[in-house]
Design a protein around this ligand. Structure first.
Ligand code: BG6
Length: 488
């Protein structure tokens, strides 16, 4: 028997080939993989879209996407031409079963295992699964790739998972959260489990509290309808922030493989304390942006419903109920239209022991480890040293010991998350993809938080666009004597 995971995929079908995700993220990611000589010569990519286009018209669209979303300094005509030659196109109305027969003609010509990437609305998933099935182009060796969000709540995610599992087995299903493709996120595993300095301190005895911030400066852009139905908790926390939380807190996996990593992440999600109605006010803040100095408010964005009370910001105090993390608060914060785009994890170590310096101890809390995903991909440890000077014996200053991956690894640019995820799909490595249990447990926790919030009648707060959220978010963390880390 051939093991599914040992097969290398050489035929890739991209549904939604003319959509936002494909144009902005996937096509540029293919380019960088081509540039870095990572792609097998035999790889072919079939774009599927609704527009009637010839192969060369589609290749022209791919070319436009490259010119727009790959920085001009990296664009090389020979690489572009090599990549374009891999692309073909099939016009397909996904609602029409006849369309799948045409698709099957192209796919059968390949006569190889195929990866189907659904960069389309989840509303169409079932239609596509049934279409592929009736055209007999689902085999035991093909792979199916779906993007987050998997559903809107626990019930809908279960439905999607059930539909997937009707046609594919779990080892064929690649559920994407693009945060897991980011280099620094993958580096969390190396940082934690390859450095005894950190692994020995990674627990409630040494760690005071942890912050995870994903602040975005963008607003809703052209996605108001989609976003308003979701809100920031479902859009960002349910997968991206909870995945980061899992990687920071999981126990060491027995091996570096998908099964071990996923099962450790599942244990974290199982240990995540549900937010209850009685305590929701002190643990959960949701807010919406109003007009800022230069930006309009959420309810005045294009296509907006002026009565919307959807949150564009949340901050949460979470707890993990297990031995390692007893009593450690994990503060999660994410919002649209904040002052800067900053994605970072900050680990605050405790400062205990006998203090012998003159400097006010309060002004020098414990060491902090800042793991930055944006604007830089870097890791920096704030350490205390003596300032230079003959009269400075008993004072201290705090400075970073920093690792900036671009500089230290002499990289041209940091690969986007999608590059490594696409490679993993081709090579059959599922460790950076979510399993069914992870998705469902994360939804259960979010559903619970939203339900508790609704029942508590806690108000929706407001913050001006271009700021760091409402003052209530500051209060949430200050109540415990903690403070959000702002800046790099
Ligand atoms: C997406 C969300 O999953 O992630 C968007 O749907 C969000 O709303 C985006 O803007 C953020 O991704 P990144 O990689 O820019 O932090």
């Amino acid at each position: 028997m051939i093991l599914e995971s040992t097969i290398k995929i050489e035929s890739f079908v991209l549904f939604g080939a003319l959509g936002n995700l494909s144009i902005r993220k996937l096509i540029p990611a293919w380019y960088y993989l081509e540039r870095d000589d990572m792609l097998n010569d035999a790889l072919q990519i079939l774009g599927v879209g609704r527009q009637e286009l010839s192969k060369s018209q589609f290749q022209e669209k791919v070319n436009e996407a490259l010119s727009t979303y790959v920085s001009a300094e990296y664009l090389d005509a020979d690489i572009v031409s090599k990549l374009l030659n891999r692309f073909n196109y099939c016009c397909c109305d996904l609602q029409d079963s006849n369309s799948y027969q045409e698709l099957s003609a192209s796919i059968n010509k390949w006569n190889k295992p195929v990866a189907y990437y659904l960069a389309i609305s989840p509303k169409l998933f079932e239609r596509v699964f049934d279409g592929l099935n009736s055209a007999k182009i689902i085999t035991s060796l093909c792979r199916i790739i779906v993007e987050k969000p998997i559903g809107y709540d626990l019930a809908s995610s279960k439905e999607i998972n059930a539909k997937l599992l009707k046609h594919f087995n779990e080892s064929q299903i690649y559920r994407i959260d693009h945060y897991l493709g980011k280099e620094t996120v993958q580096n969390l595993i190396a940082l934690r489990f390859a450095n005894s300095l950190f692994s020995s301190q990674w627990n409630s005895k040494s760690i005071d509290y942890v912050e995870i911030t994903a602040a975005e400066s963008v607003g809703i852009e052209d996605r108001w309808g989609y976003f308003d139905g979701m809100g920031q908790l479902r859009d960002m926390v349910q997968s991206h922030l909870l995945q980061l939380l899992c990687l920071i807190t999981m126990e060491p996996p027995n091996r570096l493989n998908d099964q071990s990593i996923r099962s450790e992440k599942v244990k974290v999600l199982e240990a995540l304390k549900p937010l209850f109605e009685e305590s929701i006010e002190s643990n959960f803040i949701s807010a919406q942006y109003t007009a800022g100095e230069n930006e309009i408010g959420y309810i005045h964005e294009e296509g907006a419903d002026i009565t919307s009370v959807t949150e564009t910001f949340v901050s949460i105090k979470a707890e993990i109920q297990n031995w390692r993390w007893k009593g450690v608060p994990f503060y999660l914060r994410t919002g649209k239209r904040m002052s800067n785009k900053t994605t970072q994890i900050v680990i605050h170590f405790k400062s205990d022991g006998h203090y012998i310096f003159d400097q006010d101890r309060e002004s020098l809390k414990g060491n902090t480890l800042i793991i930055s995903l944006h604007p830089t991909e870097s890791i920096s440890l704030q350490v205390f040293t003596k300032p230079y000077g003959v009269d400075k014996h008993s004072t201290l200053r705090s400075d970073p010991m920093s690792l900036d991956f671009i500089k230290t690894q002499k990289l041209l640019n940091i690969p986007s998350g999608y590059q490594s995820l696409l490679m993993d799909i081709l090579n059959g490595n599922q460790s950076l993809f979510l399993c069914k249990e992870e998705v469902e447990l994360a939804w259960q926790w979010c559903d619970n938080a939203l339900e508790a919030h609704k029942k508590s009648n806690q108000e929706l707060y407001y913050y001006p666009a271009g700021t760091n959220g409402p003052k209530e978010s500051e209060l949430l963390i200050q109540k415990n004597g903690h403070k959000w880390h702002e800046g790099k």
